[in-house]
Design a protein around this ligand. Structure first.
Ligand SMILES: Cc1cc2nc3c(=O)[nH]c(=O)nc-3n(C[C@H](O)[C@H](O)[C@H](O)COP(=O)(O)OP(=O)(O)OC[C@H]3O[C@@H](n4cnc5c(N)ncnc54)[C@H](O)[C@@H]3O)c2cc1C
Length: 379
């Protein structure tokens, strides 16, 4: 049976010193934001904030200086992410570029692509979205039907992407498309870097339960991008997208999306209410355990390992924790408590509406459990 233990990882004094620096910066920038805005955190879109973070050197932290990065360590980056999430900083504009599009470009991009895009991403000025899911291809991404054919002046794209977060605000999409209809379904895929201003692209917002329009349907009708838009190797899109998914699933945002509610509950709790004290104590222990696991995954990534399966475990367990918090807030605190603590009420209401999506985005709970079971030899 595969060993799925996660080695313990400790942060260095340099990381802890950086933490204090980031905390001070965030106190100035974020502490006065409304509670609901903080609860959106890594999905809240604020280009001004992203630019100020870029100026501090906290985007593209681990990338080479030649491409606008700062050559810091993976663990230093992890500390910055933790602090951003704990403060509820509005990171949605740059989050995808920093987490996965930039690293993907570093690994597979041509020198010209890297030089053109990475420095502006690191400055917090250039934003990306993820073009994987389609109307009939979600969990089963390889079922996708969006086609790109080689034509004289580049690639002509036809098809529809779905649930594309921030497509209406991003500059580029990295899309997985079918470039060889005759090949086996995993072999005929490639990734394209698509400038979203290209004629032939229609972006339609989709409203979620909370009334927000963060994700979209993106329709391509004979949209032509240049030959140089190919990212990596033609036909190797499946391998590339698998590497991208590992980046998408391994960060601390996968267990900290409801943290603002935990903090609001701690603020509102009474030390004389045994049920509140016990429940919050348990939650703290669970969070501490998940944090140790998540940090362990960060340590494995820092050593160049590929912890795909343990990252799936942390995401699956993290989503369970994130999703049970809204119900707990309703069970542990009565109407009078909610009235006396408007932040608690506001964040609990918001997370009640959006938390169901946490175990869908980035791979569903069932699919992650399938991956884990396969690795353990259980299916
Ligand atoms: C908030 C949010 C933001 C998103 N942003 C993006 C984005 O920016 N870009 C992007 O490309 N996509 C995005 N997505 C889409 C997301 O990746 C998909 O929703 C997800 O992969 C599931 O696909 P689906 O919705 O088509 O559901 P389906 O794949 O149709 O699944 C339906 C149900 O069947 C279950 N199921 C499916 N296959 C299996 C299986 N093999 N074994 C057991 N159960 C199974 C699933 O777990 C699920 O419960 C986003 C989704 C959300 C909710």
């Amino acid at each position: 049976m595969t060993d799925l233990s996660i080695p313990r990882c400790s942060l260095t004094p340099a990381c802890e010193a950086l933490r204090l620096e980031v905390r001070e910066f965030l106190h100035e920038q974020v502490s006065s934001l409304p509670a609901r805005r903080k609860a959106e955190s890594w999905t809240a879109f604020d280009p001004g904030f992203s630019r100020s973070l870029g100026r501090r050197g906290w985007i593209g932290m681990v990338w080479p200086r030649d491409f606008g990065g700062h050559e810091r360590s993976d663990l230093e980056r992890y500390v910055v992410l933790e602090e951003l999430l704990a403060a509820g900083a509005p990171c949605g504009a740059h989050w995808i570029a920093d987490r996965q599009s930039g690293p993907l470009l570093l690994r597979y991009g041509t020198p010209a692509q890297r030089q053109a895009l990475l420095p502006r991403m690191a400055q917090g000025e250039l934003y990306f979205c993820i073009g994987m899911s389609e109307p009939d291809a979600g969990s089963d991404v390889a079922a996708l039907r969006t086609r790109a054919e080689r034509v004289a002046d580049g690639w002509r794209i036809n098809g529809t992407k779905l649930w594309t977060t921030n497509a209406h605000r991003a500059h580029f999409m990295i899309a997985l498309v079918r470039t060889d209809a005759a090949a086996q379904r995993h072999d005929g895929l490639s990734q394209l870097l698509i400038d979203l201003r290209t004629p032939g692209i229609t972006i339609r917002p989709i409203r979620n339960l909370a009334g927000e329009t963060d994700f979209n349907e993106v329709v391509f009708q004979d949209a032509v991008v240049p030959h140089q838009a190919l990212l990596g190797t033609e036909g190797r899109g499946w391998e590339q997208v698998t590497a991208e998914l590992a980046l998408e699933r391994s960060g601390p945002e996968r267990y900290l999306s409801s943290l603002q509610l935990m903090l609001a509950m701690v603020q509102a709790a009474s030390p004389h209410d045994a049920a509140q004290v016990e429940a919050l104590g348990r939650l703290t222990a669970e969070l501490a355990t998940l944090r140790a696991m998540s940090l362990g995954v960060a340590g494995m990534l820092a050593r160049g390992e590929r912890p795909n399966v343990v990252a799936a475990i942390v995401k699956a367990l993290g989503n369970d924790l994130e999703q049970k918090l809204p119900q707990l807030a309703h069970d542990l605190f009565n109407e009078a408590d909610h009235a006396a603590h408007p932040d608690l009420a506001e964040v609990a209401d918001y997370l009640t509406q959006v938390a169901p999506s946490f175990s869908l985005r980035g791979g569903t709970r069932e699919v992650l459990r399938g991956i884990i079971a396969r690795e353990l030899g259980l299916r």
